[in-house]
Design a protein around this ligand. Sequence first.
Ligand code: HEC
Length: 156
Amino acid sequence: MITRSAFVAVAFAVSAASGLLPGQVRAAGDLVAFPENYAEGVRYTTVERGNIREEIFTSRAAVEAVKEGRPLPGGTVITLVDYRDGKLFRYVVMEKRSGWGVDRPPESRNGEWEYQAFGADRTVNRGETLDRCFACHKSQAGQDFVFTLDRMRGTR
Ligand code: HEC
């Protein structure tokens, strides 16, 4: 009989091994790693709504591309740092890389973007349903799936 813990151990070993092989297909949502250096980029806008404050960061290269009317380049990472009542609550991150998204069905695909949600401790929040990210951001397909693209364009 295969115990649950043995099964989890095998599944973990498989996913850990696949992590060593770039280019292998990994579980959806595991493509986006925590962006450790996000704060070295540009904080291009802050959105406040009730008790929520969202500080949104991206790279200088992304800002320059948008200002010049070019698509956001492959490798672009956008990090939204979500505070509630002044306390760090979580991070949500989107990342675009050339070749990403090809395996997604057209009705959910967001170009070459992938998404991930992290807790305040920067670990992946497995409880988050990433399909929701794709579904909602798809409404912004006309501006590269980014709600705050205009704010990026207006950044100095
Ligand atoms: C119901 C709609 C909705 C869902 C679901 C959603 N977002 Fe967003 N997202 C927004 C809106 C609207 C903004 C613009 C900022 C604001 O108004 O709060 C935004 C902004 C962002 C940004 C900053 C770049 C941008 O588009 O402006 C990132 C990164 C982001 N979301 C990631 C995620 C991730 C990751 C998930 C899933 C875990 C997710 N979002 C789910 C609506 C959504």
